[in-house]
Design a protein around this ligand. Structure first.
Ligand code: AMP
Ligand code: MG
Length: 310
């Protein structure tokens, strides 16, 4: 299926940044160049704005997203840094290094950004366009690559336009991304530093390779799962269940009373945590019909319902 035509493209400059900041404040994602690839950026503190990233990309599931901040001080408001993590940040920021650190309990990041995990991936980018947008918008920006799911990452505004079309409200054109590959990701979540993804920063020699070495079970779990059994496609509440509703099925609380899948995505991880913390020994979730982001929600719920492997 061809993407819808005519996305709005503005050259990087004061006017584009002002317009982008206006859209970010209105909860809309904006495509912006970074030194790695073009990102689809939204206010990381606004769950519905983050859900719109997924709706635009048509991602079949929810991965935790990288949060971009202007500097280390802003990063430390969101995550907990060990001396080791701080030293890496001091050496490589601004730049293509992402650090996964424990999420601060008082951080205002939407749960959809971390996909419900107690960790957060943080990066201080170097590209002047995303730096200008961070300054103008004054909020942390969650930004995965600005391409439709399953397609290659965009390194030019024209790639974003071809991939997302007018599913993105604005593309800031800053020319070609210098690096063209995604950031190096290092986890600093306790114990030795771990390389989670290779990238432009060559720190492999200092760290165990991805997937190597012994990790405590669950330590690297890339997906939040509730601790209780989860029943899908529930049209009524059975004994001992906390029912998460959707649309016509009310439940104990609802992902979206109006049956809006974007709102449901925005509330998904908050409600899973809420259900997990409730007294009821098990969880049931109403059917979430539809394609696109509704399918991503179902995919995520299926994983949450499957017995844990790690
Ligand atoms: P990207 O697709 O470039 O936005 O990178 C996202 C990747 O960063 C994810 O697929 C994870 O591998 C990693 N990541 C992001 N947030 C977290 C997190 N909270 N915990 C662990 N890994 C994360
Ligand atoms: Mg990508």
């Amino acid at each position: 299926m061809a993407p819808p035509p005519n996305p709005r493209i503005m050259p990087f400059g004061d006017e584009a940044i002002a317009e982008a900041a206006r859209l970010i404040a209105a909860g809309q994602p904006v495509a912006v160049p970074t030194e790695t690839v073009y990102g689809l950026a939204a206010d990381a503190t606004n769950a519905e704005a983050v859900a719109r990233i997924y709706a635009a990309k048509g991602r079949p599931g929810f991965n935790p997203l990288i949060v971009h901040v202007p500097d280390l001080a802003a990063a430390e408001e969101l995550g907990e840094f060990t001396d080791e993590a701080r030293a890496l940040a001091a050496e490589y920021w601004p730049g293509p290094l992402t650090l996964v650190v424990p999420l601060r309990p008082d951080a205002t990041i939407a749960a959809l950004v971390t996909a419900g995990l107690p960790t957060v991936a943080l990066r201080v980018p170097a590209h002047p366009a995303i730096r200008a947008l961070l300054n103008a918008s004054g909020v942390p920006l969650a930004a995965p690559s600005a391409n439709a799911s399953g397609l290659i990452s965009p390194t030019r505004a024209s790639h974003v336009a071809a991939s997302l079309g007018d599913r993105v409200a604005l593309i800031i054109d800053g020319g070609a991304s210098q690096r063209g590959i995604e950031s190096t990701i290092v986890a600093a979540t306790g114990g030795p530093l771990r390389l989670l993804r290779r990238g432009p920063i060559d720190i492999d020699a200092q760290l165990p390779a991805p997937g190597s070495g012994i990790q405590a079970p669950g330590q690297l779990a890339s997906h939040y799962a509730p601790s209780k059994p989860l029943r899908l496609d529930a049209t009524d509440r059975r004994e001992g269940e906390y029912l998460i509703g959707f649309g016509p099925i009310a439940g104990d609380d609802s992902l979206s009373e109006s049956g809006d899948p974007v709102q449901a995505a925005a509330r998904l991880f908050d409600l899973l945590h809420q259900a997990d913390a409730a007294d009821a020994p098990s969880i049931a979730v109403a059917p979430i019909p539809g394609n696109g982001i509704a399918a991503a929600i179902r995919d995520r719920l299926k994983r949450a319902a499957a017995p844990r492997k790690s």
